[in-house]
Design a binder for this molecule. Structure first.
Ligand code: AMP
Length: 440
């Protein structure tokens, strides 16, 4: 399928050509026609699948077709983080470069006055984080009574971040008659409840089995003791000549500390997280995008919305407590059809998080010990029922060993069997215990 088959206006097709997009991605192929028909849509789309263009292109088409040139806010997009808001706005500017529509982005952490000034001049499309939008509304700087097209992006994350009341307040300010779209990496019961309250007879688009990770991403776990993680990371970056990597830590403090450790090891690194000023975050992102930084160390929230087109490597320095975050994290690589590596450095303390992730993605992650970094505290075995064929690089669990930064290879099938036998014995023991409990 070509973009022209979707009946998009010539000005948008021209912009897509300039962006070197050959054809719509699957999520674009399914959402764009539904939106063009005026339907409300709730889409579970994996991150990195091109969902932004999936809602931006038809929005621009709709707004262009009834442009009264009055510059009232007719398109509103809410995102959970500043970075994602900036990213979505950049996409609107990119795809809308040959249209006359005006757009802007507003988020907290920066001076509100320039935002008020731009809004006074009139825009057709507003991208906003919920808190700043409500602040602006409280100051009578924004009028949402003309919104025709409303998008809630990364709705699952909004709920995780406690924005539910803000979202409901924003919704109450919008006209009842509007088209509403909701995107979420996962659809929990809470998300469905929110959708029920906000969307009108939505069409559901489920682009992938729920919570599955991007198949193009090769996923591997390197078991390692906590105290050796920083050295192992520096070793991997150096020995495997990674050009650029995003590294995820669980805490802001952890991000700062790791960025310093990497710098010391001669690897250009910077940390981004919620305690950094917006200016510092933007600067670090630009430096990373310009290739001046090798490693960007980020917490989950700060990393939302980072879109770097050909990022080859993502490292989970700590596993996230919320397993869905793993899916979001590794979605930073393997975007729009390119392949990528997701490497998790996992210590024995993180077995619960690893188990939760494997259960969520319904596959066991390959474990590969790196020579010289073998853990003293072994990572206990996990066993998740395989519900589908694992993709390349995510074979069922086994303890392989990686030599001198080279490629991982199967080392020892008997060890693999030991892990499985242990799992079977454990299950037998549990079954025995249950029977004992029942008969007691
Ligand atoms: P998203 O999932 O919206 O964050 O998009 C992920 C990446 O895919 C971004 O870098 C987009 O610029 C890119 N992209 C979106 N649509 C296409 C397409 N049809 N062809 C190639 N790249 C695309």
């Amino acid at each position: 399928m070509k973009f022209t088959d979707l009946g998009l206006p010539e000005s948008l097709i021209r912009a897509l050509k300039k962006s070197d997009y050959d054809e719509p991605t699957p999520v674009q192929q399914s959402t764009i026609p539904l939106i063009q028909e005026g339907k409300d849509v709730m889409a579970t789309s994996q991150t990195g699948t091109g969902k932004t263009a999936g809602f931006v292109l038809p929005m621009l088409e709709i707004l262009m077709s009834n442009d009264s040139k009055q510059r009232k806010i007719r398109g509103l997009i809410i995102t959970p983080t500043r970075e994602l808001a900036a990213q979505v706005h950049a996409s609107i500017e990119k795809y809308g470069r040959y249209t006359e529509l005006k757009s802007t982005v507003v988020f907290g952490g920066v001076n509100i006055n320039p935002q008020k000034k731009t809004l006074r001049q009139g825009v057709d499309v507003l991208v906003a984080s919920p808190g700043r939008l409500l602040d602006l509304h409280g100051q009578q700087a924004v009028d949402l009574r003309h919104v025709e097209y409303f998008v809630l992006d990364e709705a699952d994350r909004m709920l995780d971040m406690g924005f539910i009341h803000d979202i409901r307040r924003v919704c109450a300010l919008l006209p009842k008659k509007r088209q509403t779209l909701m995107f979420s990496a996962t659809f929990s019961p809470e998300i469905r409840a929110l959708a029920k309250a906000m969307l009108f007879k939505p069409v559901e688009v489920d682009m992938a089995p729920r919570n599955s990770t991007i198949d193009l991403v090769k996923q591997v776990v390197h078991p390692v003791d906590k105290k050796k993680k920083a050295d192992l990371l520096a070793y991997l970056i150096g020995s495997q000549r990674w050009e650029q990597v995003i590294v995820f830590t669980r805490t802001k403090h952890g991000a700062n500390k790791l960025a310093k450790q990497l710098d010391k090891a001669g690897i250009n690194a910077a940390a981004i997280h919620g305690n950094k000023s917006q200016g510092a975050r933007t600067k670090a992102l630009h430096q990373f995008k310009d290739g001046k930084l090798t490693a960007l160390v980020a917490t989950d929230i700060a990393a939302r919305g980072i879109d770097i087109r050909s990022l080859g490597h993502v490292v989970n320095y700590d596993l996230p407590n919320v397993p869905e975050d793993y899916v979001h994290r590794i979605g930073r690589t393997g975007r729009a059809g390119s392949t990528g590596d997701a490497v998790s450095l996992v210590c024995a303390d993180e077995i619960k998080q690893l188990r939760d992730i494997e259960r969520l993605i319904r596959r066991d992650l390959a474990r590969v010990e790196v020579e010289g970094f073998e853990p003293e505290h072994q990572l206990p075995a996990t066993k998740t029922r395989q519900t589908r064929q694992p993709s390349k690089g995510s074979e069922s669990q086994g303890r392989n060993r990686q030599r001198s930064g080279g490629r991982a290879h199967d080392e020892n099938k008997s060890k693999n069997r030991v892990g499985n036998t242990q799992g079977t014995n454990r299950r037998r023991r549990r079954r025995g215990a249950r029977r004992a409990a029942v008969s007691a």
